[in-house]
Design a binder for this molecule. Sequence first.
Ligand SMILES: Cc1cc2nc3c(=O)[nH]c(=O)nc-3n(C[C@H](O)[C@H](O)[C@H](O)COP(=O)(O)O)c2cc1C
Ligand code: SF4
Length: 444
Amino acid sequence: MKKYYLCGNQKTMFDYMENWRDYKKVLLPDIPGLHDIDVYVKNGGYESLREVLTSGKWDTKKVIDEVKAANIRGRGGAGFNAGLKWSFMPPKKPGVPRYLACNGDESEPGTCKDRRIFEYNPHLFIEGAIIACYAMEMDAAYVYIRGEYADWIDMLQVAVDQAYQKGFVGENILGSGKTIHLYVHKGAGAYICGEETSLMESLEGKRPYPRSKPPFPAQYGLWGKPTTINNIETLAHVPLVIKNGAKWWSGIGAATHPGPFLYGISGHVNRPGVYEYPSGMLLSDLIYKVAGGIRGGKKLKAVVPGGSSVPILRADQIEGITMDADSLRTVGTFVGTAGICVLDEDTDIIKFLLRISKFYSHESCGQCTPCREGTGWFVKVLKRIDAGLGEMKDLDLLLDLCDTMEGRTVCALADAAAWPVRNTIIRFRDEFEKKIKRSGVLIS
Ligand SMILES: Cc1cc2nc3c(=O)[nH]c(=O)nc-3n(C[C@H](O)[C@H](O)[C@H](O)COP(=O)(O)O)c2cc1C
Ligand code: SF4
């Protein structure tokens, strides 16, 4: 049986199966009015920043080492150790500015967790971003938020203005002599702008075509200057690590993929929403206990555990599977953004895949031929199958298309489009064949 530490009561090792309900929220705690800076400060807010900038105990390397030791695995999808990424920044050169790009594009279907941070605890993120800038010796942070989040952009801007007024952002922060600015930038509404190099192109005012790597952003980022890109939630964890220590933070949840998680649960459940719990929760507990089970008492058919691009799971694959990279790898899928999409027994899996494929086809920037053409062909062939005009060889055609796309393009959107197609065909082949055979009967 796995053992987990209970957040907020670190002396007690506890049995997850019995005690996960006792988890005490730290990212989105139930404190009324926490979005306001006075309430945030009253509850210990900005103490981590004060400690780092004014105690004299934290040089930049120490901050990076602590974040690295915590093993905050990036919450934007790829799960890369944030502190390790920070350590890739080259040594500071006098007169050369450096930037942090905070990724709040949040366009992956099934994902709406960063929005909760903007709404309920924006100062935790701002504090994390400024600590990150200090650690990487940066001059400014740019927060890129999808344009559709108009209300949340306003909410964050209010918080940023408050932080400037109180001296937590801007010139000579807390009398430390450090100057770090933070700007909120409204995106123009394209999924591709969430890809880190595309985000930088968009911030620079250009068409958001992803850049080829290398050079990587740490070498050649925003305006050609050293840059690091982090997800909003990733940065919101940073003050918690500084305040409580890497050991405390990494003691929460699954050992190799630790920390609090914001699980976004959507689809055919009774209580969809964003829920904060430790990483490593049983997928079945999240669906049945946290989100109240399947609507209308129906049976579960499938789960997409980490945003629309990660491989789908059949209901019979989720038993004993926990939300962390190691466990999900055993069934061939990923944590992604921890946006869990639940499908009931009545779901037409071909229509579901067609809907996802239309999204990726619409959002392909068109720069690479395999992605531009492949995503379009997915839609054409799936429409044909869905309309009852499919043939068995269409399944091979779809899988061939996946082969031409995966790992062969400038950015990972092509993979994000191909994985659902490949895995849905493999895992629900019987449903495709049934529909195709039925169409054969109708035609003959
Ligand atoms: C097509 C595409 C869209 C993406 N959209 C987002 C997004 O909306 N938000 C995000 O944080 N990361 C997104 N990413 C991942 C980013 O490129 C990048 O890995 C991430 O922001 C790094 O932050 P992290 O290390 O803190 O997770 C996307 C990647 C791809 C390929
Ligand atoms: S993979 Fe697709 S979205 Fe990414 S750069 Fe190529 S065409 Fe654009």
